[in-house]
Ligand binder design. Sequence first.
Ligand code: SF4
Ligand code: SF4
Length: 194
Amino acid sequence: MAIFNTDSYLRASFSSWREANQTVDCLIQRHASNLSHVAARAKNIQYQMASIFPLMDALCSRTCPWCPDSCCTGAKVWIDFSDVLFIHLTGQPVPRTQVIPHMKDVCHYLEPKGCTLPRMSRPWVCTRYLCPTQMASLRRESGRVQEAFNRSLQTIRVERKEMEDAFVWVTSPSTLSDVIPASDVIPAKAGIHR
Ligand code: SF4
Ligand code: SF4
């Protein structure tokens, strides 16, 4: 997993992007039997994301068509490691390239009518970002709507971190089960629990 210790790898080149996705796919298949709890976290993230999309769509439709200075034009964002994991663990369409392979580029997925990536395949930072105009629009929603929205954002933030940590732990070559064969592990004595 050393190559994924930095997101710069994912931002490098088309071949790196493709290789990174192939590697994640391969690791998921190889460790499938130990990744069910990681996949469950990804599913929960998907569920939480789906719950906020209607509000995000509403905020966008109220503000973006009249925006004089689209945030996507100048955005320096990329699909990070948690995004890649989420995409593969939940079977989302894999974007054909990193969104901005080079910092001087404009996002590959920006077209005149907006973003062409499905929301589930976008960088999470693109979904959670609310510009000042949208923040003002959100504040006009009921307290209940705002609280539910903030709760979902917080849950997604925590779950993404835990999904990534758990994936790295399971697939890391230094994980105990990879280093010490199960037959060599001395079972804990009955009655002793950690
Ligand atoms: S999110 Fe805000 S800044 Fe970005 S395009 Fe929409 S209105 Fe403009
Ligand atoms: S991926 Fe979509 S939302 Fe994100 S910067 Fe590109 S066009 Fe904008």
